[in-house]
Design a protein around this ligand. Structure first.
Ligand code: PMP
Length: 336
């Protein structure tokens, strides 16, 4: 019989999928291979399952997290799900602090795992007492509480150095030439990038970033894509790892997220659409240079199910002035 003893044993080893129809501008041109690493197939539904186990293991080992303790973390949802999963398995309580732009669907997922959720305003400076960083610091100062702090915890990039990077290297049999990913904490790009460059220094590490975020030279001006882009430089981001950062607008991220669902049957989140769009731009450039040997791996962090009321909802897009994705209309039985 084949079965896992713990849900946590099912984290990682996600597959690579070749993107095809959504790259149609390359039709007729023999272009590079573009492979998507499908992180929504992790048991908690995102890439963040990987960092949750590593951070908790290390805190148990150092004594920072004691039996029956409370895990407090500012998170846009995915890290929360990963932490909630591990916490449930090991008997910890969880309190998550989210900015108000995080979709209600995502907050409800955290609650479903038994976590407490505290919502803070997005439109305040990080120094403001109500900012989600400061609220989580106050909660983490309570007795028995521990804050993993994915923005400074070295076990965040380390988990990618030890799992995501080696998986991509093995799955491509060392033929990967470019790695593309979005950046939030920067843990993914730093850990995977470092591992891949150690195997082959020629591999190009490319960040995808929402317009306005610091990684692409902005000041942190608000953008709507969730989970990526920052208004400060996190300690978990290795400033020497990216060879290049490609800036992507919200409009392009959302339009491409919807194309991935309609044309590849890949229901993924906005940061995946953003990264895949950057990979497509890179593939177009490489095709023009005749680099048909290139193998681009793009990491898709989470599923589109958490964004059905936003990116996949025409009225939500219209409200922000984005072109409608022309979702098929729902007909009532009387109209059929
Ligand atoms: N996409 C989503 C949906 C995320 O939740 C995150 C994590 N904040 C990322 C991308 C970025 O990953 P990282 O923090 O490793 O840079």
């Amino acid at each position: 019989m084949q079965y896992a003893n713990s849900l946590l044993d099912l984290i990682g080893n996600t597959p690579l999928l070749r993107l095809s129809t959504s790259l149609d501008d390359l039709a007729g041109v023999e272009g590079p291979l573009v492979l998507a690493k499908i992180e929504y197939l992790n048991p908690g539904g995102s890439v963040k399952d990987r960092i949750a186990t590593r951070m908790i293991d290390a805190a148990e080992a150092s004594g920072a997290l004691q039996p029956g303790g409370t895990i407090v973390e500012p998170t846009s949802g995915n890290t929360g799900v990963g932490l909630a999963m591990v916490a449930q398995a090991r008997g910890y309580k969880t309190i998550f602090v989210c900015p108000d732009k995080v979709s209600e669907d995502k907050r409800n997922v955290l609650k479903a795992y038994g976590a407490e959720v505290v919502v803070c305003p997005t439109a305040v400076e990080p120094e403001h007492p109500d900012s989600y960083y400061n609220v989580s610091d106050r909660l983490a100062a309570q007795p028995g509480a521990w804050k993993p702090d994915q923005y400074s915890n070295p076990n965040n990039p380390r988990s990618h150095y030890e799992t995501t990077g080696p998986e991509i290297w093995a799955q491509t049999e060392g033929r990967i030439t470019h790695f593309v990913t979005g950046m939030g904490t920067g843990g993914t790009i730093s850990g995977v990038g470092r591992y891949l460059k150690e195997q082959n220094p020629e591999i190009q590490v490319v960040g995808a970033d929402p317009s306005g975020s610091v990684y692409s030279g902005g000041t942190g001006r608000p953008y709507l894509v969730e989970g990526v882009g920052e208004d400060f430089w996190p300690e978990t981001y290795d400033r020497g790892v990216a060879d290049r950062v490609i800036e992507i607008s919200d409009a392009d991220s959302f339009a491409f997220t919807r194309r991935l669902a309609r044309e590849e049957a890949l229901l993924v989140g906005g940061s995946s659409g953003m990264a895949a769009y950057a990979a497509k731009q890179l593939a177009t450039e490489l095709a023009a240079e005749g680099r048909t040997d290139a193998v681009i791996v793009v990491l898709l962090p989470d599923s589109g199910r958490g964004y059905l009321g936003k990116i996949f909802n025409d009225s939500w897009l219209a409200q922000y002035g984005f072109p409608s994705g022309h979702a098929p209309a729902t007909r009532t039985v009387g109209q059929v």
